[in-house]
Structures are given as C-alpha cells and as structure tokens.
Write a protein that binds this ligand. Structure first.
Ligand code: OGA
Ligand code: NI
Length: 337
C-alpha cells in the first residue's frame, strides 16, 4: 500500500495517453494572471480589477494580503515535512474512500475506453474549521503540523471573508451577499498537494485538468517551482509563484451564484524534472444542506437564469459519481436555453 502513495519510478500507470499529455513547449511564455494588491483601499478601481480578473481569468494572485509571512512558511514547512516522512509513517491516512474527512490519496485520470492513469502527486485533505472538532485526527508528526494549521486556519478565515466581500461588491452586490448565500456553516477543507520531481514531465500530469467544485480557493505554492497552469483563451498559462502571494481562484459555486458572469476556470498541475513541489489549497464552499442558485439581483430580462438551484449535497453526489479528475458537474445544472 505504501508504494501506491509514493510514485518512485515512472511505471506505465503514470503515463498519460498521448492526446492528454501536457505539451510543455506550448505554454504561453509571456502570459500571466492578474496580480491584485490587497493593501489598496476598497475603491471602485480595486473592485473593477477584481471583477475583471473574475470575469476574464477566474484566477488572480494577491499580494499584501496581511497573512504573516512566517506563518505561511511555517505551514508549508509542516506540510512538506509530512510528505517527507517515510511512506509507512503516513500510510495510516491513505484511503481510497474519498468521502473520508481526513485522507491521503491519489487522483486518477479516467477517459472512456482507457485504463486509469495515476496522477504524479499525493494529496492530503482534511477540514480546517471548526478546528477543535478534528484537530485530534491530524498528524502528530511532524510535531509542528497541528499548531501551524490552527494558526493558519484563523488567518485564512479572515482573508476568505475579505475576498468574498470584494467579489460580492465586484458583482455589484452587497458586500455580505456571497458569504450569506454560501451559508453560515461553510464546508472548509484544506488540500495539501505534493508533486515529487518526475523523470519525464512530458509524460505525466500532477493534477489533470479540472475546475474546483467549491466556491473559493486560496492556494499557497512553494517558491521557485512552477506547476500550476490555467486556461486563458484556449491556451495554457503558467502561474509562476511570486513571493508572499496567494493564488485565488473561483470555484463552481461562485460561477453558479454569479449566474455565469464570474468563471470557475479549468486548470491543472504539471510536474518538474528536478524539483519536488508542494502547494496548499484552502477551500471555502457551502455545506451539504445549503441551496445554491443564481443570486436574484443578477437576473433580469437580459440575464435569464443560466442554472437551476440545487442542494449542495446533490452537487457533491454528482461529483463523486463521476470517475477521474475531469468532472463536469455544473453543466448538469444548466437550464435549457
Ligand atoms: C487544487 C489545485 C493546483 C496546484 O488543489 O485544486 O488545483 O498548484 N492545485 O497544486
Ligand atoms: Ni484546483
């Protein structure tokens, strides 16, 4: 079992079919996603930048976000040390049951008529709030892990609220609107992604193309290694790590709440030949009982509802019933045109 969580050699089960390979030579070299300075006052110019980024990219990086640098480093150290433990020391977390609260797992790419392909990564996922409810389930080793997460979760909670307020205002809504619509009891999960260095990055994927199913993601990536790529105008654009920045992306639920105006964009992670890479995604989404649908204030004669309303549990059920990583879920909730 331990072997299945740590890819060591490039065996055939990791090799992506030819038409799905990353074609790294074709990445737009100059393109990048917008960078937004959160130190700026909330002015119409800041809101304009946010709404433009959300409409055109679904992704942006934030700088001067107020989360202390030492804390960001501490949590990345904790996560990295966890992945560096000998496989048998973290095997207790390994599971193929993706509905588990705390889980270490691999993703697969499954295309019709083809064998499952294992992604060149190991993912560790658990809730980040309410912290006291699950802290006893988190790793005791490295000793730093629980403490670093408790502190980080608090800071990220504050940042999520600020971002949701800015994104709401960017839609022309009340600043509390999205937060209220996602619900008082959001589903908050963390996912640490570990991408070992890979002998041939052209043959593998770290994470296959997907959109995030939640509402909002705050991602920290380790310095110096690029791996995340997003689709812009049909081309892949690399998201280079910049110091002390977070990558922010919208998930499917904000696309639905905004009635399709703000985008949950396809992205993927590729591997690197020489450097392992670690990233830490903090997800903010509705709870299973919450009902999600386009915000009424965004609907008028010119903008009929694109999606029907649903309980989030229904969305999750559709998500888990689709195999592989490239899940197409929000499309199932579109209304006929
Ligand atoms: C994710 C994700 C990208 C990365 O966790 O959903 O897209 O850079 N991660 O690890
Ligand atoms: Ni993602």
């Amino acid at each position: 079992m331990a072997n299945s969580i740590k890819p060591i050699s490039l065996t055939p089960n990791f090799i992506v079919p030819e038409d799905k390979r990353p074609q790294l030579a074709h990445i737009s070299p100059l393109a990048s996603i917008p960078i937004i300075d959160l130190n700026d006052h909330v002015t119409s110019s800041l809101l304009q930048k946010i709404s433009q980024a959300c409409e055109e990219y679904g992704f942006f990086q934030v700088i001067n976000h107020g989360v202390p640098e030492e804390l960001c480093e501490k949590v990345m150290t904790a996560v990295t040390q966890f992945f560096e433990l000998p496989p048998e020391e973290r095997a207790e977390f390994f599971t193929e049951d993706l509905t588990k609260q705390v889980k270490l797992f691999n993703y697969y790419l499954k295309s019709e008529g083809q064998e499952k392909v294992t992604m060149w990564s190991e993912l560790f996922s658990h809730p980040w709030h309410p912290f006291d409810d699950f802290t006893h389930l988190l790793p005791q080793n490295p000793p730093l892990y629980r403490e670093a997460f408790a502190e980080y979760a608090k800071e990220i909670g504050g940042l999520m609220n600020r971002l949701l307020s800015l994104i709401s205002q960017g839609l022309g809504l009340d600043k509390g609107c999205l937060r209220k619509r996602i619900g008082d009891n959001p589903r908050l999960r963390a996912q640490a992604n570990f991408y070992p260095s890979c002998p041939d990055p052209e043959l593998t994927l770290g994470l296959a193309v997907h959109t995030d199913l939640n509402a909002l993601t705050v991602l920290q990536q380790s310095a110096g290694v690029t791996g995340l790529q997003v689709i812009k105008d049909g081309k892949w654009v690399a998201v280079d790590p910049i110091p002390n920045a977070f990558v922010i992306n919208l998930g499917d639920q904000i696309q639905v709440l905004s009635n399709g105006r703000f985008k949950s964009v396809h992205h993927r992670a590729v591997t690197d030949k020489t450097h392992p890479r670690v990233s830490l995604a903090m997800f903010y989404g509705p709870n299973t009982e919450d009902v999600i649908g386009p915000v009424e204030d965004l609907i008028d004669g010119e903008h009929p509802p694109v999606y029907r309303s649903y309980r989030y549990a229904e969305f999750l059920e559709k998500f888990y019933s689709q195999e592989g990583t490239r899940r197409m879920v929000k499309e199932l909730f579109e209304l006929p045109k």
